[in-house]
Write a protein that binds this ligand. Structure first.
Ligand SMILES: [Zn+2]
Length: 400
């Protein structure tokens, strides 16, 4: 069956309405049973279309949705993955749950991150199902919980399946292909000093001064190494000193100080290397200064949370090729292949479930998490067509 005979089974208006409906259902961090209502909406929508769909409680009252259009079983399978949670409205202007359309934009929290992409994925599932075409491989949609915090929804997929031959994670990439991104972990460094009165500093050890020494060493000796670990698509590693807190009051020598680092690493580095070079810096400072004492930890080390490693895919992989073709066909422009500025669930699918994954979706990252979030209607209109065409192309043909 040709693409035009499949895509005619759904309209722009339907996809726009699904986006708007999803935005009207709040699912932000901090809400009780956060994603439940969005999950119910998606479940019912797919049920009406006679698409096989299940709910799995990942956390209490917080289910993932897994839907499948079964293929003939001899072709490559594909997963469309989208997170159903959003960040809080914060200082949103207007009503953040209006789902209102003005000047070719659909407004509201989650409109681009990522209820718009989810609506487009659902549009693709519905068009394919209604058309009656049977693809060679299975096509899955997975709606996951909790991406904005701990990614437990996609971790559940990693542990329980489905395991497909490729996956597209639907973050807002402006309809371009994000074929990689940096890994991301938070690292905590605790400096241990000795508190005393500010009038007798010789009796104490100032943990804030020790932290300053450490920061200088990192900036002068560690950061300059980063350019040697440049990745052609992803760029240089990054390190940010995000938070520092220590001491009790100005007239006391600070007995302790904590420093929190955001470290984004490239596939040219490992997380062990990232941690070891910070630990080595601490050791060198200890060797030259007997009163220096500090400990380095992964911020989430007391949890079983999977490491947030970098994402990388071979640019010749069939999913990249199918997406490139489909984007060019629908937008009449060559797809840009770039590195995403944020970490995504595609990393978990790719590193832990060994599913080659890319990030692709309507909308732009700069609009995500903003005080006036929106998605361009034009991006939605093209987005669902690209997902559909890519799925049809990727899931057609014998599996190698
Ligand atoms: Zn997102």
């Amino acid at each position: 069956m040709e693409f035009k005979d499949i895509i005619k089974h759904i309209t722009d208006e339907e996809v726009i309405k699904i986006t708007s409906d999803l935005v009207k259902i709040p699912s932000y961090t901090g809400l009780k049973s956060q994603e439940k209502e969005v999950a119910e909406y998606i479940y019912n929508l797919l049920k009406i279309e006679h698409i096989e769909v299940d709910k799995y409680d990942v956390l209490e009252n917080r289910p993932n949705i897994v839907a499948r259009i079964k293929g003939k079983g001899n072709g490559k399978s594909l997963m469309l993955n989208g997170h159903m949670d959003t960040v809080p409205p914060y200082n949103s202007k207007d009503n953040p749950f209006s789902g209102e359309i003005k000047d070719d934009k659909l407004y509201g929290r989650g409109s681009c991150d990522m209820k718009g992409p989810i609506a487009c994925m659902l549009g693709a599932m519905i068009a394919i199902k209604r058309s009656g075409v049977v693809l060679d491989g299975d096509l899955y949609f997975t709606g996951v919980i909790n991406e904005e915090q701990l990614s437990q929804g996609t971790e559940y997929i990693v542990k329980n399946g489905p395991y497909t031959d490729a996956a597209i994670v639907g973050e807002p990439t402006g309809l371009n292909i994000a074929a990689g991104h940096r890994g991301l972990e938070w690292i905590e460094i605790n400096f241990i000093g000795k508190a005393t009165h500010g009038g007798t500093p010789q009796e104490g050890i100032n943990a804030i001064s020790k932290a300053a020494k450490f920061i200088r060493k990192i900036e002068e000796e560690v950061v300059p190494r980063f350019k040697e670990r440049n990745h052609p698509l992803i760029g240089d590693p990054l390190l940010n000193f995000g938070v520092i807190e220590g001491g009790d009051q100005p007239s006391s020598v600070a007995g302790q100080c904590s420093l929190y680092i955001d470290r984004r690493w490239t596939p040219k580095e490992s997380f062990d290397l990232v941690m070891n070079e910070l630990k080595d810096a601490v050791q060198e400072l200890k060797d030259e200064d007997k009163s220096f004492n500090a400990e380095v930890h992964r911020y989430f080390e007391d949890t079983d949370m999977m490491l947030h490693k970098p994402l990388e895919i071979n640019l010749d992989h069939p999913i990249v090729k199918s997406l490139e073709n489909s984007i060019e066909n629908i937008t009449e422009k060559k797809a840009e292949i770039f590195s995403f500025q944020a970490w995504t669930d595609a990393s978990l699918l790719s590193n832990y479930a060994k599913i080659p994954s890319v990030v692709f979706g309507p909308g732009f990252l700069k609009e995500a998490h903003s005080d006036l979030e929106f998605v361009h209607i034009d991006q939605l209109k093209k987005g669902y067509k690209i997902y559909t065409k890519t799925a049809v192309e990727f899931c057609t043909g014998e599996k190698e």
